[in-house]
Design a protein around this ligand. Sequence first.
Ligand code: CA
Length: 711
Amino acid sequence: MNMSQRCQSLVLLVVSAISVGGCQKEESIEIDVSASVTAPERTVIAWVDAERIANADAEPENWLVHGRTNSEQRFSPLQQVNDATVNDLGLAWYVDLDTDRGQEATPIIVDGVMYSTSAWSKLQAVDAQTGVLKWQYDPEVPGIWNVRACCGVQNRGAAVWKGRVYFATLDGRLIALDAATGDLVWEVLTTDQAQSYTITGAPRIADGNIVIGNGGAEYGVRGYVTAYDLDTGEQAWRFYTVPGNPADGFEDATQEMAAATWTGEWWVDGGGGTAWDSFAYDPELNLLYIGTGNGSPWSRAIRSPGGGDNLFLASIVALNAASGEYVWHYQTVPGDTWDYTAVQHMVLADLEIDGEQRQVIMQAPKNGFYYVIDRVSGELISAENIMPVNWATHIDLESGRPVEVDGARYDETLATKKISPGAGGAHNWQPMSYSPLTGLVYIPAKQQPFIYRLNTEYERRSIGFNHGVNNWDPFDEVAELAPEFGADDQGHLLAWDPIAQEEVWRVSHSVSENGGVLSTAGNLVFQGNADGKLAAYTADSGQKLWSTNTQTGVLAPPVTYAVDGEQYVAVVVGWGAVFANASGALLNPEGDKRNISRILAYKIGGTAELPPIPVAAALPLPPADFGSESQIQAGAALYARNCLICHGAGAASGGVLPDLRHSPMSGEPSAFAQVVLEGVLEDNGMVSFAEVINADETEAIRAYVVRQANQ
Ligand code: CA
């Protein structure tokens, strides 16, 4: 689409003040002839540059960067689909994806082409008008990486720049592809593959570099963020989110400052602080904001036994985008011990607060509070809880620190404690959306407490999830709190006033885990949910206007764009990820959850239809019960320790991975052992656990699974 076509469609679609203003200044989107990439023509497919991103509001038919604009607001000025027309929204097209794991991507749309990613780090280029797959790139991530990822093999999206598409892989690679052909341009390894670093987040573009973080704080790694040259893939800078072993020498004075807030031998378990999802970039300040994760292991009593704030865990850190040098930080949870990451979505906005215009950064991290922070200085402006919180009474605005509740540190009292929010957070990676029209932020919030008790036998291990907190062993006192966990589990779409710091409306869902959010100038908020529905609500009042059946749970955030004067609302669907897997029957009580991975796109008057939901094959009868009570109890504890995070509490499937209770292999000791000890299903992500489980223990796990099957 050329510039004049773009402006014609804008007039049809967009709030006039924004669109006409953008199109009158046609020359404001110029070709960057200084770039070293050849053929800098706007005719090049996916030609996106800094100027075009800075002026993204002038072309709302595109979704140029992860959060649509550098502000990451995920608000679209498009309004052909609005509170009067949304009832006519119908399916325009769909694309089947070739994986059956959770989908979390935000597609990028440039000039009628959609670039999205799917589980196992695959990338698709799709005609955004017809849904025809133009090409797919599969980086062929080995199955073993499934067991190194705490929360599944998801991928949250790509970045586009000057004719190339950039994305990262679960096994730590950053890849640049030719946007026209899908051919590989360059690939760099961003992690040490001998350690359990994984990447699920989308890269961001800042000051001529492409920036990527990583995950692994449940596996003993040291977090960092790296910037690479967009042209060549050469490393520009790296910032570590936690300090390393002082004996190795500090990288710079910032690391030395951070190390003063740690005690003991924190580097042995990596320290964590991984920046696995959220970034925001302010090109005028040239600041890159990174959200950092929890400690490794979770418990501060293990990680930093003499206490300390443990910088930069659970923080927003502002870096000079050119150099990666530290500028300021705000730590949401000093000395985190609850897996309270601050990697959650960050939004930039300009708000009038107490009569003063403030440039703010806003975040609802896992810990339950909503933060408004001055993004120039890092000064805390306000913080209030969006969901019930019982680990802190409030955030003290003078010191900027939470006031903790006595006894919340389970690892100091050594008591079993139910804490809200839990490790899943009052808000997790699912993006929120801020509408400058309503002045409200729409948050996919959760009530999802977690039962914490220190694992006093914690030790570093070579394989598997290892966080220093006991899991749900069904014969353990932890389990006695579990029914309350189920009763407490709820999800809400919250409309939150960030200036008044109060709720304006809410819509409640059946369970806690639902999709990310989009808001539009059509007075609409879109969100998918666990029950396989995509719905539109009025942005001002939360009235449900439209809903459609997606056939599978939705985690990813919707996006909107336009082609040839028609507005589309698109979302990548596919149930899965850690909560679906680990919670087992809690989230799947009817056994009807399923993964059908697709990209769905809707438009006014769309008439496409999804094929019927496949009829599930009848489950085979469970194998006959066997094993002594002591063997079953031992098996239950081993299962909770090694298997639950993927295969579900109680050995009950959350609807994505196979239900072990009904697996033929559970009735066949040699087949079960081949899977668990020999890794015959490694390509599917089920590696050998022989390093940490022996043959007798394997049989005990099988006895427990079969007992569960017969209950
Ligand atoms: Ca974590």
